[in-house]
Design a protein around this ligand. Structure first.
Ligand SMILES: [Zn+2]
Length: 413
């Protein structure tokens, strides 16, 4: 086991052919994660609409919460006093927090992370809101931003993010990074990658200091985040830079792959980055859950994934099925008494009909959000679990068979 800190480690179990994909096990102080694995998101220490018991029952191995949201409300000190994120939310398993960089900056720049966005002709820093109109401003030292809750001013630096994430106490935490958009110019992306590298070094040093000063608490693993948008040289350079870093006698326990991605480039970007990262450490792809993206990213070497999409879609009636995604609030499902997905093994599909979920969501009954969320989270968790099983039992041929069969049915002829 390639252990990097007491209670944390990662072990590769099976390789996907001769490529970068693999299965493995991440060991944390709160349990193991068999990879590849989908990690559902509970932004404010709750998966919207579902209890931790329901998340455990549907096979979630870990949950990811957001440092920015918890910092603003209820405050990292409240979560710390509760005994950390897992204890606060009554989740016994492994937890992740992201650094807050994406939220702070996306609120500031007024952009959303959208895959496959049409960026033709948009490579221009001016497309993004003028500095005075933004909620956040980036400088070399950190980011000053206004709360989306009450407009109050705050400042995140690498040291502040580490302090917040240490108080939240998740098993896996992320270095504070600058998340750019595809609309930023190449020269801006270059400056941003350099800034994220400098921030990564400061995060590592502060993490080492906090780890020493908080002896006796469960070890928290720190992942560095690789940015660089769609540029191969920037992505590879960013990954190499993070691998070289060691501050306070520590190096990163794993790596995150973040930032602007065009769907068509996803496999290439994950491939470039994973080629530069050490084989013996885990790699987390931030914010991905579309089925074809998950297959592409697993094949390219990513081990874990998180995304709000399964629960967010569910609340709007979007439902995954083996035959593709549909919206259960549409009129044609009003008298459809079959399950959301005949192939699904979740609690919702075991007992509830499309007609009932249709009725609940149209009536804005809270149970509708719960039932649809349980289904979508189970669908996504199970899909990635099936990739892991296919690699371990059938190798590259088994994985390819699963992918071809699944995607041809999901997207249709
Ligand atoms: Zn289901």
């Amino acid at each position: 086991m390639g252990s990097t800190g007491a209670g944390f480690g990662f072990e590769v179990r099976a390789r996907l052919g001769a490529g970068a994909g693999r299965t493995g096990v991440i060991v944390t102080p709160h349990g193991r994660i068999a990879t590849p694995a989908f990690v559902p998101v509970g932004t404010a220490a709750a998966v919207k609409g579902a209890t931790p018991e329901q998340m455990a029952a549907l096979g979630a191995q870990a949950l990811l919460a957001n440092a920015y949201h918890l910092y603003l409300r209820p405050g990292a000190d409240v979560v710390e006093q509760a005994g950390g994120l897992g204890a606060f939310m009554n989740w016994a398993g492994p937890t992740f927090t992201d650094s807050g960089g994406f939220q702070v900056l996306s609120l500031g720049a007024g952009f959303k992370k959208v895959l496959a966005m049409d960026t033709a002709g948009l490579a221009d820093d001016q497309v993004i809101a003028k500095r005075s109109e933004r909620l956040a401003a980036v400088d070399e030292d950190g980011v000053t931003f206004r709360s989306h809750l009450d407009g109050s001013r705050h400042r995140f630096t690498p040291e502040v993010s580490m302090g917040v994430q240490h108080r939240l106490g998740a098993d896996i935490i992320f270095a504070f990074d600058e998340c750019t958009t595809l609309m930023n110019t190449r020269s801006y992306q270059e400056r941003s990658v350099a800034r994220t590298q400098a921030w990564a070094e400061r995060c590592l040093a502060e993490h080492a200091r906090l780890t020493e000063s908080r002896a006796g608490l469960p070890y928290q693993a720190l992942f560095g985040v690789v940015q660089g948008a769609q540029f191969e040289d920037l992505r590879r350079g960013a990954a190499r830079g993070l691998v070289r870093l060691a501050a306070g006698g520590r190096e990163f326990d794993g790596y995150g792959i973040g930032g602007a991605l065009v769907k068509e480039n996803l496999a290439a970007i994950v491939g470039w980055v994973c080629a530069e990262l050490p084989w013996a450490k885990p790699r987390h792809l931030l914010g991905i859950s579309e089925v074809d993206d998950l297959f592409a990213a697993v094949a390219a070497g990513a081990d874990t994934f998180d995304c709000v999409a399964p629960s967010r879609l569910a609340r709007h009636g979007g439902v995954y099925s083996a035959d593709g995604r549909y919206n259960v609030t549409r009129a044609r499902f009003a008298r459809d008494f079959g399950p959301l997905d005949a192939d699904c093994d979740c609690q919702t599909c075991a007992g509830y009909s499309r007609a009932y979920v249709h009725h609940l969501l149209r009536s804005r009954e809270l149970l509708g959000y719960t039932l649809a969320t349980i289904h979508n989270e189970r669908f996504t968790v199970r899909l990635v679990d099936s990739m892991r099983a296919a690699i371990e039992s059938g190798g590259a041929a088994g994985f390819d068979r699963l992918r071809d069969r699944f995607l041809s049915r999901y997207f249709g002829p």
